[in-house]
Each structure stands twice: as structure tokens, then as C-alpha cells.
Design a binder for this molecule. Structure first.
Ligand SMILES: Cc1cc2nc3c(=O)[nH]c(=O)nc-3n(C[C@H](O)[C@H](O)[C@H](O)COP(=O)(O)OP(=O)(O)OC[C@H]3O[C@@H](n4cnc5c(N)ncnc54)[C@H](O)[C@@H]3O)c2cc1C
Length: 376
């Protein structure tokens, strides 16, 4: 049986970051992942993720995103790969909608650089947009694009360099804990450690089944279109990341052009619930028609040929805030799950928080919003 100080179960966005921070603190780490490194079966594939600072979901996320930016930049410098591109961001919607009001609340509470601009001004600054006059946008400079595959690879490589033992294509079948030790059984062996960090993404409902967490896994599709006009206007130097509240509490979002010239767009939430084993990976023509309709209405130049689609999974909590806490029955086990479709940008700081909780039992970072007792 192999032993370690800490076992990390699941090496996706959060687990790779946890393994990185733990290994750099000099503890013996074993990381266990059911698939190959940087796979496309979970929640962290698809070339791009939005990062933004005027966080509409809650002002308490802002200090975390500020720390996440520091960590991404440090990691980027260390690994010498492109992880983050700053493009600025637009949160577009009705003036009294949750998106605009939430972004303004965070910007004001934390004195963040931002402007509130009209529909006409959106189009003047970013010509591909067509927004009805009742729409406004919070424009912020501190937003951009993360490359999730490169980010996860950088965390995995950094963890390995710092001495972590990372084992891939080795699903965890079972874990047990008593007050002294955690035992983990995989398809290939048995492991024990003083501590366990569980970062199982959309598999969390199974891996943590005894906790009966209020998690719902939701299918979400990404679409890549070739612009049908004015392709240069979508370059990352000219076009921002954006989220658009096109109806009350209904959102689509998108990115500037990737290196292959395509622009990625997606709905935020689909209402189609699943599990990792029942996820529907094919995309129906009616779904393409629906997203194309939004582009035709709000960003018509982006609505050219559909080049690719990919299905991915959100793991939602009822309040759409994360779960980051110690296991209620086993304090030597730390959990991070329920990232509700907006967790990736935080993974660099979540890794640090998980290392704090696993090794010290507390963290200086503000995570009160993410504690488990809120569901009891
Ligand atoms: C379409 C889409 C768009 C998104 N857009 C954004 C965005 O723009 N910005 C943003 O910040 N966030 C975004 N998100 C959310 C973000 O990507 C996720 O919150 C984040 O990637 C979740 O990371 P995770 O580590 O929890 O899950 P994952 O990265 O899926 O990692 C979980 C890992 O655990 C492994 N695992 C599970 N069970 C076992 C087991 N029994 N044994 C071994 N290994 C196991 C899995 O194989 C997997 O590798 C988006 C998500 C999707 C789906």
C-alpha cells in the first residue's frame, strides 16, 4: 500500500491546483485521476473560460478573483505558456437586471474600474454588437480569457516538479476514513494518507454520496462559429468577453476570436440535467437554431458557419455558490465541488484554499459563502 500525507481525488481544474499548492508546501502528495491528464470528459475542456472581476454573483467573490489573478500570472510566468489574455469585459443587460446590478454592486463595493455604457455606446466601441436601446453594459478592463487545458497542464506539471506523484487512468472505487487515516481503493491499488482532498467535479454526487449534497449536474453546450463578416472586429485586441442577460435571468456569453478565427458562444445554464454517464454529447439542430437566433439578434456578424460543438457539465448548488469546506464527519477530508458553471477562473486560488484547509484547518481567504452548513 502506498502512503502519502495527502491524497487528492480528481485532477481536473480544482484538483490539479490543489496538488500544485500542496506539493509546493513540501508535503507528500498522491493525486488520483480516472482519465488521462487534461481530458474532455468533465467540466474543464473547450479552450476558453471567462475571468472577470466585477463579479455579478456576489461582491464576496472579488477578493478571491483578485488573488486568483495573482496566482494565474505567477503560474504563467513559471510555466512559460499562455494561460491568460486580458480583453476587458462587458456585462450587458437591462439596467435593473441581476447581471448589470450585480456587476455594479461588486464594482462599487470594491472600487473597481468600470463604466456603465448605453446600447449605442456598446455598438460604437464594439461594432459587431446590436443591442436594443433598453440594454446597458458594465464595461470593465479587468476581464479576459483563460485557456483551461493549458492552466490544468501547468498545475499538473508544477505539482510533479514539486514532487507530487500523480496517477492517471486510475479511478477511485472507494474511500474510507477513521480518525487516524484515510484509505483509498482504486482499480489498481490501495493508498493511505493522513488527509484527503476531494475535487471530483460532476462526479461529486457519487464520490460523496453519503453526504447527500444538494448538487444537480447540468449539460451545457459550447458552440464555435466562424464570423460571417468583419472577422477582424472579433480579434482579442478589439473585442471583449461578454455576458448578455437577454431575458430576465437568461444569459448567453461569448469570447473574442480564437487563434483559428472562430468565436465561441454558449448559454449559461440549459435546464437539461444529467449525470456524467448520461450526458448527451451530441447537439440537436434545434439547439443550434436557438443559439443562432440569439446571435442574429445581438451579434449577427458572428453567426457564420458552425465549426464545432462540445458538451460539458455544470455541477450546480441551489444558491449557485460553491462548496468549499471540510467534511462534516471527517475533518481530515476537504471538499471542493458545486462550482455551478462559474468556477474555473477561481481554480488557482481554490488550490491555495484547499491546501490551507487540508494542512492547517483554516484559510485567510474569505470562503464563508461556500460553507456546508448553509444547506442544513
Ligand atoms: C460549458 C462550460 C463553460 C464554462 N465557462 C466558464 C467560464 O467561462 N468561466 C469560469 O470561471 N467557469 C466556467 N465554467 C465552470 C468551470 O469550468 C468549472 O466550474 C470547473 O472547471 C470545475 O472544475 P472541477 O475541478 O470541479 O471539475 P473537473 O475539472 O471536471 O474535475 C473533476 C475531476 O475529478 C475526476 N474524478 C471524478 N471522480 C473520480 C474518481 N472516482 N476517481 C478518479 N478521478 C475522479 C474527473 O475525471 C475530473 O478530472 C464552465 C463550465 C462549462 C461546462
Amino acid at each position: 500500500m502506498a502512503t502519502a500525507d495527502v491524497i487528492v481525488l480528481g485532477l481536473g481544474a480544482m484538483g490539479s491546483a490543489a496538488a500544485y499548492h500542496l506539493a509546493r508546501r513540501g508535503v507528500r502528495i498522491i493525486g488520483l485521476e480516472q482519465y488521462t491528464p487534461v481530458h474532455d470528459r468533465g467540466s474543464s475542456h473547450g479552450a476558453s473560460r471567462i475571468i472577470r472581476e466585477a463579479y455579478f454573483e456576489h461582491p464576496d467573490y472579488v477578493p478571491l478573483i483578485q488573488r486568483a489573478y495573482e496566482q494565474w500570472r505567477a503560474l504563467q510566468e513559471e510555466c512559460d505558456a499562455s494561460l491568460l489574455i486580458m480583453t476587458g469585459g462587458l456585462m450587458i443587460g437591462p439596467r435593473d437586471g441581476v447581471l448589470v446590478q450585480g456587476a455594479l454592486a461588486s464594482a462599487r463595493a470594491h472600487h473597481l474600474a468600470h463604466e456603465l455604457i448605453s446600447a449605442e455606446e456598446i455598438q460604437r466601441r464594439f461594432p459587431p454588437f446590436r443591442m436594443p436601446p433598453e440594454m446597458v453594459a458594465v464595461q470593465e478592463p479587468n476581464a479576459g480569457v483563460l485557456h483551461p487545458e493549458a492552466c490544468i497542464r501547468a498545475h499538473l506539471d508544477g505539482a510533479t516538479t514539486a514532487g507530487a506523484v500523480l496517477r492517471f487512468e486510475e479511478p477511485v472505487l472507494q474511500w474510507t476514513a477513521d480518525e487516524h487515516v484515510v484509505n483509498v481503493v482504486t482499480t489498481q491499488g490501495r493508498y493511505s494518507a493522513a488527509r484527503l482532498v476531494i475535487t471530483a467535479g460532476p462526479w461529486a454526487p457519487q464520490v460523496l454520496d453519503a453526504l447527500n449534497l444538494p448538487l444537480q449536474v447540468e449539460r451545457n453546450v459550447m458552440y464555435w462559429f466562424a464570423p460571417r463578416a468583419d472577422a477582424a472586429a472579433f480579434a482579442p485586441s478589439r473585442f471583449p468577453i461578454y455576458i448578455c442577460e437577454y431575458r430576465t435571468d437568461a444569459f448567453f456569453y461569448g469570447f473574442p476570436a480564437q487563434s483559428d478565427g472562430t468565436v465561441k458562444v454558449a448559454h449559461h445554464h440549459s435546464g437539461e440535467f444529467c449525470s456524467p454517464s448520461t450526458l448527451r454529447r451530441d447537439v440537436a439542430p434545434a439547439e443550434v437554431t436557438r443559439i443562432r437566433g440569439l446571435l442574429e439578434a445581438h451579434l449577427p456578424a458572428a453567426s457564420g458557419e458552425l465549426r464545432a460543438t462540445a458538451a460539458c457539465m455544470y455541477t450546480n448548488t441551489p444558491d449557485r455558490h460553491f462548496i468549499i469546506d471540510r467534511h462534516p464527519q471527517h475533518p481530515q477530508i476537504t471538499l471542493a465541488c458545486g462550482f455551478s458553471g462559474h468556477g474555473f477562473k477561481f481554480s488557482s486560488v481554490v488550490g491555495e484554499v484547499l491546501a490551507d484547509l487540508a494542512l492547517d484547518g483554516w484559510t485567510r481567504h474569505p470562503i464563508a459563502l461556500f460553507r456546508l452548513p448553509r444547506f442544513r
